[in-house]
Design a binder for this molecule. Structure first.
Ligand SMILES: [Zn+2]
Length: 457
């Protein structure tokens, strides 16, 4: 009997493992594309015919709430890990680690220790036996936990979008010797570059940059069609953050508030990170009164909603500039006409998500999603068990073709509506009953009177 139970259990396990393997083998390949600095409202402000064609056959999330700080490296790492910056450890473009005493900058980023607090999807999928590729995605040329994606290129701005795309589709198709990759991530640096240089309000410059981005999406569609991948792969097009218009009229000068000898600067704008050199209370007091458009926080008081406190790489004091304000140490020079990094609750900092492919609904549109929810969605699409993360698949279920989707506001509306109707019916019924009982009372009285009379008799 015991042997039967054990055998039954083992058969069950084998069937489950086979089912998982089949699900993994049958999962369509996934291509994740990021166009750096694509602010959500560019979709309304500029034509983008190819992008619109793509999501008209799939889904569109109009705004993604990304992670603080709204910079390139933290957000690209959040997209492929589903973690807030405090959990994955890539907290800014410039960092200082007080334990190793090392410095990080985006042009000096290949030390694995910065990236190893998390595991990106191209490694998790690799561990399952998939081939993966990551084309110039931040962190993709770093050996993380002793691994890289099967295919990757070190970052080189001179490599065109077409060249990057050509390699990615070649890797996705595979050849006789090697199967195609199941997960590929592709990075392109526009419209971020133009947004910084001219500012998002410069319609002429942004229109030109976004026309090029849309032409690249056109190239992507035709390349997927040429290679036979179109309709057989799931494609996600998204971005890391938006862009705010800056101005020389909106400068915050730290030297106006305290002498630079008082602190060591790790990062400057629009979120400054400082280590006080002496008398931290006094340094904080001076900084907190420094400017109406800048908020100073001691590390322990950084608001919970920013998820930006629990990491040793977050410095003792951070300063957050208001939207469109720039922190400088001194002078009148504005470093960039457009910038990002501000509070992630600002719509100007939000990117979007468009997706299409065999797993997605067609012609579906929703207003918002958290960018950390994209990671569990991608794991679901690939049948990969996700690493611990801050996202929720349930939030993204409505995007999928084969999922039952509850539109929460609609359900709440329906429940409230039904309750209102029921309450109205109950009140009306009681009112009618009351009136009816009022009408019958004289008869009851008569009856009592009759009884009384009888008693008197
Ligand atoms: Zn960026």
């Amino acid at each position: 009997m015991l042997l039967k139970i054990v055998l039954g259990f083992l058969c069950g396990l084998r069937a489950l493992a086979k089912e998982n393997t089949t699900a993994q083998q049958s999962a369509p390949p996934l291509l994740l594309v990021s166009f750096d600095g694509f602010r959500a409202d560019y979709l309304q402000r500029f034509p983008m015919p190819n992008l619109k064609l793509l999501y008209s056959q799939g889904v569109l999330v109009e705004q993604l709430t990304n992670v603080f700080i709204t910079k390139t490296f933290p957000n690209h790492y959040s997209l492929v890990t589903g973690l807030y910056a405090e959990s994955h450890g890539i907290l800014a473009s410039s960092m200082y680690d007080p334990i190793s005493k090392k410095h990080f900058h985006t042009y000096n980023d290949t030390d694995p220790m910065w990236w190893s607090q998390a595991q990106p999807l191209w490694i998790t999928a690799l561990d399952l036996g998939y081939k993966t590729a990551a084309m110039m995605w931040p962190g993709s040329d770093v050996t993380i936990r002793n691994k890289t994606a099967t295919h990757f290129f070190p970052y080189d701005s001179k490599v065109t979008f077409q060249q990057r795309l050509g390699n990615v589709t070649k890797w996705m198709v595979g050849n006789e010797k090697e199967p195609g990759v199941k997960f590929a991530a592709l990075y392109w640096e526009e419209p971020d570059h133009t947004g910084h240089k001219f500012g998002p309000d410069n319609t002429t410059a942004m229109g030109k940059a976004l026309k090029e981005v849309d032409d690249n999406i056109g190239l992507l569609i035709s390349e997927l069609k040429r290679t036979g991948l179109w309709g057989h792969v799931n494609v996600l097009i998204t971005s890391d953050h938006g862009m705010a218009q800056c101005s020389a009229e909106r400068l915050i000068r730290l030297d106006d508030c305290l002498h630079p000898d008082n602190y060591t600067l790790v990062d400057l704008t629009p979120v400054a990170a400082l280590i006080p050199n002496k008398d931290p209370d006094k340094v904080f007091e001076l900084l907190s009164k420094c400017h109406n458009h800048m908020t100073a926080y001691l590390k322990k008081d950084i608001p919970d909603r920013l998820h930006y406190r629990n990491n040793e790489r977050i410095q003792p004091i951070i300063l957050i500039a208001d939207e469109g304000w720039t922190i400088v140490q001194r002078g009148n020079k504005l470093p960039r006409l457009g910038d990002h990094g501000y509070d992630n609750s600002l719509p100007s900092m939000h990117p979007f998500l468009a997706a299409m492919g065999p797993s997605f609904r067609q012609g579906y549109r929703t207003s918002s999603l958290q960018s950390v929810d994209i990671y569990p969605l991608m794991c679901h699409l690939l049948s990969v068990r996700p690493q611990p993360n801050n996202g929720t698949l349930n939030h993204a279920r409505c995007l999928l073709a084969d999922e039952t989707c509850w539109d929460v506001p609609l359900v709440i509306g329906l429940v409230v509506g039904v309750l209102l109707v029921l309450s109205t019916i109950t009140v009306l019924f009681r009112l009618l009953s009351y009136r009816h009982s009022l009408g019958s009372r004289p008869f009851q009285r008569l009856q009592i009177d009759d009884d009384d009379d009888t008693l008197l008799e």
